[in-house]
Design a protein around this ligand. Structure first.
Ligand SMILES: [Zn+2]
Length: 310
């Protein structure tokens, strides 16, 4: 199985268009140790030829251009794409907006939870993906699904499960009810496997808490991509960037007693890679003490273009 990180940053990317925080200014200036990143997405292929993308970020066009395996092939057909499916893990802008890059009547299949499919259906701009070319299929919970492109199965199996999280910001309940109107299916994790090789891994780009069901699911996994939004829960508050904590945004933080590093300490996961890293996160500085700390704890800070083979 081929796994490629197309983008490793949280919403807004790195640097973010309107941000002059220390990290974004350094990335914009090209200072060593501050590698720019696009918004989080991975691509997976069983054969290195046909690909499924997992989330469609607003940077998808750039990501396709920077990853030749995902580009159109000069094989006689003027219009073609190796992207045969897009699997969406939530309704956030940085997970769905890239679908709009995939118009032009190229056939592929969109997979998402019922909640996300309803969001797409309620926004008529997504009708630009002509139903004659682009199928939309529901990912049921806790039931493995063989992902299919227009010409058949891709050799990739996906199991979708609910994880603690929060509804997308633009869909929050204005009355501020419990969880701001969060429902099952608003934040999902995926177990992705290649039945032919028997290999599998987990993709969980957004998560508010490692609860007991999630811990037992990923115990001993060979590879997990996980929510790396913030290093500390209040870092955006402290930097004056936003009056919200990570917890309020539905993301657990890397550090602290309730943080991701602690939560994974006893899970025996062989390879742990942070994705969805916010531009405020000090681990984006390759030389920061926070970066050294997460690496000492056995984590890799994801980078665009990183490839993992299982
Ligand atoms: Zn910034």
């Amino acid at each position: 199985m081929y796994i490629r990180i197309l983008g490793s940053a949280a919403g807004g990317g790195f640097p973010q268009w309107n941000c002059s925080c220390q990290n974004c200014s350094s990335a914009r200036a090209g200072r060593p140790g501050f590698r720019p990143r696009t918004q989080t997405s991975i691509a997976v292929s069983a054969d290195g030829d046909s690909w499924a993308i997992f989330n469609a970020s607003p940077d998808l066009r750039q990501q396709i251009n920077e990853n030749p395996a995902l580009g159109s092939k000069a094989d006689g057909r003027l219009r073609n794409s190796p992207i045969k499916a897009a699997v969406i893990t939530g309704g956030d802008i940085d997970f769905i907006a890239g679908l709009l890059h995939l118009r032009e009547l190229e056939p592929f299949t969109v997979y998402a939870s019922r909640r996300v499919l309803d969001t797409l259906a309620a926004n008529s701009v997504f009708n630009v993906l002509d139903g004659k070319a682009v199928g939309r299929r529901e990912l049921p919970f806790d039931k493995p699904v063989d992902i299919e492109g227009p010409a058949g199965p891709l050799g990739i199996r996906v199991e979708c499960f609910d994880v603690p999280g929060k509804v997308a910001l633009y869909l929050e309940d204005a009355a501020g009810g419990p969880g701001f109107g969060t429902h099952k299916g608003d934040t999902i994790g995926l177990k992705i496997s290649a039945p032919a090789s028997g290999k599998h891994f987990f993709y969980i780009p957004g998560c508010a808490r490692v609860d007991a069901p999630l811990a037992s699911r990923i115990q001993g996994a060979p590879l997990v991509f996980f929510d790396g939004t913030l290093f500390t829960d209040d870092e955006m508050l402290k930097q004056g960037l936003m009056p919200k904590t990570g917890a309020r945004m539905g993301h657990m933080s890397m550090s602290g007693p309730d943080g991701t590093i602690t939560a994974f300490e006893r899970l025996g996961v062989a390879r742990k890679i942070f994705v969805h890293i916010n531009n405020s996160n000090p681990v984006l500085d390759d030389n920061s003490p926070e970066r050294k700390a997460v690496e000492a704890a056995g984590w890799t800070v994801g980078e665009d273009g990183m490839e993992v083979r299982l």
